[in-house]
Design a protein around this ligand. Structure first.
Ligand code: PLP
Ligand SMILES: N[C@@H](CCOP(=O)(O)O)C(=O)O
Length: 400
């Protein structure tokens, strides 16, 4: 049986509704019962379809709600690897999930847990994707859903999704960090069951992103996995997944986990630069990659552990580098990702140029969300629409 533990002081938590340690206030995590899976072999899992629930023995809940999340493509990006001079570059394309982001992996587990606990209403703060995903899974599970969004800073596709799936959408006059503080208080008052990634069950579902990468590479572990970092739970989830498989002897090494943040919202990357295992919150985070416009990442300390323990790396990329990388991936590989997701590609480009990434590496970039999430940014950054009269001659003229 799994246990809920405090990441900071190690205390065991028995109340499944808590999202912080009652003793020290630390963030929580799940201790997986590895004895229960000790006799399992990778081939036992591989008989099941490739999706989140292939890895059910490593998940702390049974499947109550699913939209067949996971099973996303791992693209072998040969043009990109040639251009950048890196032996192998893969993109794990999370935009192919049911609501278009990796959050669905966490939500199938989180909402399944909510149902198991008998909750009626679920809620979150969100820069967009978490709300879109929670709204869809709550609809599928027959639950009420409340989402708190930073006013004016949520991409159109994500806002449309949350509204479409029937969530109560509340715009908060503040940023994501402010909205998270409010929703935490609502959860403390049991107004709703909180399904941000500070809920320790959410990252458990997100572990499957890493399980799939290794599975799709036939258990040949990549040298490096590059991940955009915002509230910082996803890089932790990847670390936790691979640590569990390493403990079982299913893999023999850990990839260097490499966390990329936007320059204007980079507490984790700044802490890494200083060699610190703690970070200073950024009071006014700002970036075009609104999904990672987060100044006080709830899992920041977990992310730093993941990076240091794997001899990984962390750096920042500018908004211009993010937009260039987004276009590069679209135009070289035909893969459409939202700006935050392109941060992993921008990080690859930057770290290759700086010599941090070697030419002989096998690198996986996690591209967390679909290009259609944020059409306004794409239209602005790609510009250049041609206009013509409705006749062949004029169309030939403008395309010449
Ligand atoms: C598209 C996208 N990429 C990356 C992230 C960052 O993930 P995390 O908050 O787990 O670091 C988020 C959300 O935070 C996101 O929506
Ligand atoms: N990008 C996220 C923000 C963090 O949400 P989390 O619940 O995964 O920590 C979003 O889409 O809202």
């Amino acid at each position: 049986m799994h246990k809920i533990k405090c990441f900071e002081c190690g205390s065991e938590i028995t109340d499944p509704f808590l999202d912080a340690c009652p003793k020290c206030g630390g963030i929580l995590t799940i201790e997986t019962d590895l004895d229960a899976v000790a006799n399992l072999k990778p081939k036992d899992l591989r008989e099941k379809p490739l999706n989140v629930w292939r890895y059910a023995p490593f998940l702390p809940v049974k499947c109550n709600v699913s939209l067949l999340e996971g099973g996303t493509p791992l693209y072998d990006c040969r043009a990109l690897s040639k251009q950048l001079g890196v032996k192998e570059v893969y993109v794990k394309y999370e935009g192919a999930n049911p609501t278009g982001s990796f959050k669905d992996r966490g939500m199938t587990v989180g909402v399944s847990k909510a149902i198991e606990l008998g909750c009626q209403t679920v809620g979150c703060a969100s820069t967009g994707n978490t709300s879109a995903s929670l709204a869809a899974y709550a609809a599928k599970g027959g639950l009420n859903c409340v989402v708190l969004l930073p006013s004016g800073k949520v991409a159109a596709g994500k806002l449309a999704q949350a509204m479409f799936y029937g969530a109560k959408v509340v715009m908060v006059n503040g940023n994501f960090d402010d909205a998270l503080n409010v929703v935490k208080s609502l959860a403390d008052e049991r107004v709703l069951y909180l399904l941000n990634s500070i809920n320790p069950y959410r990252p458990e579902g997100q572990k499957t992103l890493a399980f799939e990468i290794v599975d799709q590479l036939n258990f040949e572990v990549p040298d490096r996995i590059i991940i955009p970092v915002g509230n910082a739970a996803n890089i932790w989830a990847v670390y936790k997944a691979l640590s569990e498989w390493k403990a079982l002897g299913w893999i023999d090494k850990m990839p260097k986990l490499t966390g990329i943040q936007a320059e204007g919202a980079a507490p984790v990357a700044k802490a890494f630069k200083e060699g610190s295992s703690d970070f200073q919150p950024e009071l006014n985070p700002e970036t075009i990659a609104t999904a990672i416009r987060i100044g006080n990442p709830a899992s920041g300390r977990k992310a730093l552990k993941a990076i240091y323990d794997t001899k990984g790396y962390s750096t920042t990329v500018t908004d211009a580098e993010i937009l260039d990388a987004q276009k590069l991936l679209g135009r070289k590989e035909g893969v459409g990702v939202e700006p935050a997701s392109a941060a992993s590609i921008a990080g690859l480009v930057k770290l290759r140029n700086e010599g941090v990434i070697d030419s002989d590496e096998r690198v996986v970039c996690v591209c967390t969300g679909n290009v259609l999430k944020d059409p306004d940014t794409v239209i602005k950054s790609c510009g250049n629409i041609l206009n013509a009269e409705p006749n062949v001659t004029d169309v030939k003229r403008v395309i010449a």
